[in-house]
Every structure is written in structure tokens, then in C-alpha cells.
Design a protein around this ligand. Structure first.
Ligand SMILES: *Cc1c(COP(=O)(O)O)cnc(C)c1O
Length: 384
């Protein structure tokens, strides 16, 4: 048996008739840049997430970067943030989350995670802001970027409350959480602005790169709308330092089709997570994922925790049996050269470092079969 972490081929087989028809429509109209599918997808996504606006862009990274640039323009009246502007985020994420803070001109502050959910710990954000009150840095914190890691929603009540009390913006990194829900509202509908990725492996993925920004804020929408297309309302009225960061028509057409399946596929992911949970419940030595009471987790990854003494060996052994797994993330952001001298690390990030030594993400392909799940569990159990 060969079980990849994610088998996009299966998904394609399942929906290929629909996909082929949507691509055929593009061949007919030939409007490859800002064709009608882009606008339609933006409208559908805004409606799905529950925001007024959506702006398609070239990647999830660009969605984050353009969101930050729009926030700088709106809140500071400047094109970029300054180094002294501090943005709080998690070190346990994909590098992109931290990279965009530097590219937007600001300085990342890495706050440790909650060991149960792997998401940034709101209590630790509070402690940091509290400690800062008596220092000259107090008013330099401008915003928070929470990441709904692995598709598991952060406690958005707490994060929004902290932001309001401290006059901070919230940019939600929803790259892994398309369809996830916190208290009856989709992730992406809580912050001032939010970023999603359509990277092929994400819960809603295209056949290449893509991303989308959503917001209720008219000014942030207008700025993002301009920034993705060279910074102006049109070619000759350029107001800002912009990008060529458009979402391709052909990607939009594929995503419109895949959007019809995303809830069904997220449900399938949750069913697989339940099966894993049942199998692992009885054995000591495997810690299964936890989410908060009000969270609807969409399992972009199904990530277990095992003893750091055994993790790498188990990964290697089961690989020999045909089971692919991944470690997200081996190296937390604060350990990377690019961030080391350019970020603030208020204290030892011990939960993050412990997690990076213990986590293992198992296959959670929505069309995974029962026998495959049993095979994976059996092989892990034998080694624990
Ligand atoms: C994938 C991802 C991104 C970046 O998205 P791209 O589309 O690959 O640029 C950002 N943040 C997180 C948490 C991600 O998982």
C-alpha cells in the first residue's frame, strides 16, 4: 500500500467532469486576465465567508502582504510600516506569515503557542502587552496576525477583545482554514481583514498559486483592490506602490467549481479525524488534536504528538511501509536566520519548540479509505 499525505489525483477524478466544463468556458471567452470568473469567485467567497468584500490575488502570501500594505496606508497614511511598528504573531506557522511582516516594513513579535491547539496563546499576548505598558515600546504594537493553524480556529473572542482594548488591527491568516467556523461565523470574518491561500494542497486549492483577501472595511478593500493591480484604480491613476498580483481567470474558474465541494470535503476530513481519534484514543503515547469548544476544525492537517525520542524513527519506519507523513513545522520562525535579528522574542518559546520536536502530520486526504486509515494506525501503534 502507498499512502501519500495528500492525493490530489483522487480529488481530480471525483470532480473532473465539472472542472473540464469550467475550463472549457475559459477557452471560449479567452479573457485570461480579470475574466468574468474572477469577479464571480470574489462574490461567492465574500458571501461564503460572510464579509462585504473579497479581492482575488496571486497567492496566499500576497494576500497577507497586500492586507498589511492596505493597513499601513489606512492606519498610518504611509506606504509601508516602520521598523518600530510591532506586529504580534505565532512562530509556529509557515514562514510566509512572518515574511510578510518584514516585507511590509514592520517587526514581528513572536508569542508562544497554546500546546493543545498549536495556535497563538491569547493569555501570552496579554502578558506581553501588560509587561510592555511601562516601557517606551508600549504604543508601538500595531496589530496581531493570528493563524488558524492546521484548520483549527483560534479563540477569536479573546483575540478581538485584546485588539479592541489595545487599539490593534487583526489580520487573520486563514491560509489553512477555509470553511472553519468559530461560534457560527467563518474564520476570516472576525479580523479587520483576512487572507486565504489557494495553494493546491489547501482545503480550497487551485491548479497553481492563488489567494484571496476578505474584509468588511471599504477603505481596506479599495486599497487592496488597487495594490493587486499596480496600485491604481486604472493604468493612469496610480496612487500607491503596487504589485502585479492578480488571480488568474483560469484559477478562478477551477476554484468556482471546487468551492461547490469544499463543505463536503471538509466534512470528509472531519470524519477521517474521528476515525483516527477512535483508533488512537486507547493508546498512551499518542496525543490527538484538540480544538476549543466553539471551534469547527477543518483539518487541513491531522497532527498528532508523540515522544520526541521516537518521532523521527516512527516517521522513517512507516515511510518504508508506504505511509507518507510530514512534520509541520521542524523549524519555528524564530529559529530561522531571516528572523533571528529582525524580530522580537519576548521570552523562551518553549511550547513552540517542544511542539516542533513532537508533532507529526498524518495523511488526511478527504477521499482516504477506511482500510488505509486502519493501516496507518496499526503501523503507528506497533511502534509506540
Ligand atoms: C500556505 C500558507 C501561506 C502562504 O500561502 P501561499 O499561497 O503558498 O503563498 C501563508 N500562511 C500559512 C499559514 C500557510 O499555510
Amino acid at each position: 500500500m502507498q499512502i501519500p499525505l495528500l492525493d490530489l489525483g483522487r480529488e481530480y477524478e471525483y470532480i473532473k467532469k465539472d472542472i473540464k466544463e469550467s475550463i472549457q468556458r475559459c477557452f471560449k471567452h479567452q479573457r485570461w486576465i480579470f475574466g468574468p470568473e474572477v469577479r464571480e469567485l470574489e462574490e461567492r467567497i465574500a458571501k461564503y465567508i460572510g464579509t462585504k468584500y473579497a479581492v482575488g490575488v496571486a497567492s496566499g502570501t500576497d494576500a497577507l502582504l497586500i492586507s498589511l500594505r492596505a493597513l499601513a496606508i489606512k492606519t498610518k497614511g504611509k506606504e509601508f510600516f516602520d521598523k518600530k511598528d510591532l506586529i504580534i504573531t505565532t512562530p509556529f506557522t509557515f514562514t510566509s506569515t512572518g515574511e510578510v511582516i518584514l516585507r511590509a516594513g514592520a517587526t514581528p513579535v513572536f508569542i508562544d503557542i497554546d500546546p493543545d491547539t498549536y495556535n497563538i496563546d491569547p493569555t501570552k499576548i496579554r502578558e506581553y502587552l501588560h509587561a510592555l505598558r511601562l516601557t517606551p515600546h508600549a504604543s508601538q504594537v500595531v496589530g496581531i496576525i493570528p493563524v488558524h493553524l492546521f484548520g483549527n480556529p483560534c479563540n477569536m473572542d479573546e483575540i478581538i477583545k485584546i485588539a479592541k482594548e489595545n487599539n490593534l488591527f487583526v489580520l487573520e491568516d486563514c491560509a489553512q482554514s477555509f470553511g472553519a467556523i468559530w461560534k457560527n461565523k467563518k474564520t476570516g470574518s472576525f479580523g479587520n481583514i483576512s487572507a486565504f491561500s489557494f495553494f493546491p494542497s489547501k482545503n480550497l486549492g487551485g491548479f497553481g498559486d492563488g489567494g484571496v483577501i476578505v474584509t468588511d472595511d471599504e477603505e481596506l478593500f479599495e486599497k487592496s483592490y488597487m495594490l493587486r493591480n499596480h496600485g491604481g484604480k486604472d493604468k493612469y491613476n496610480v496612487e500607491h506602490i503596487g504589485y502585479n498580483s492578480r488571480l488568474d481567470t483560469i484559477q478562478a474558474s477551477i476554484l468556482l467549481t471546487k468551492l461547490k465541494y469544499v463543505d463536503e470535503f471538509n466534512e470528509k476530513r472531519r470524519k477521517i479525524a474521528e476515525m483516527y481519534e477512535r483508533e488512537f484514543k486507547k493508546i498512551r503515547g499518542v496525543i490527538t488534536p484538540k480544538s476549543l469548544k466553539d471551534a469547527y476544525h477543518v483539518y487541513h492537517q491531522y497532527t498528532i504528538r508523540i515522544s520526541e525520542k521516537k518521532r523521527d524513527e516512527i516517521q522513517k519506519e512507516i515511510k518504508n511501509k508506504g505511509i507518507s507523513t510530514a512534520v509541520y513545522y521542524y523549524v519555528p520562525l524564530h529559529k530561522m536566520k531571516v528572523f533571528k535579528e529582525k524580530s522580537i522574542i519576548p521570552e523562551l518559546l518553549k511550547e513552540t519548540e517542544k511542539a516542533s520536536r513532537e508533532v507529526l502530520s498524518l495523511p488526511i486526504e478527504p477521499l482516504l479509505k477506511k482500510e488505509e486509515i486502519s493501516f496507518i494506525c496499526k503501523n503507528i501503534k506497533e511502534m509506540i
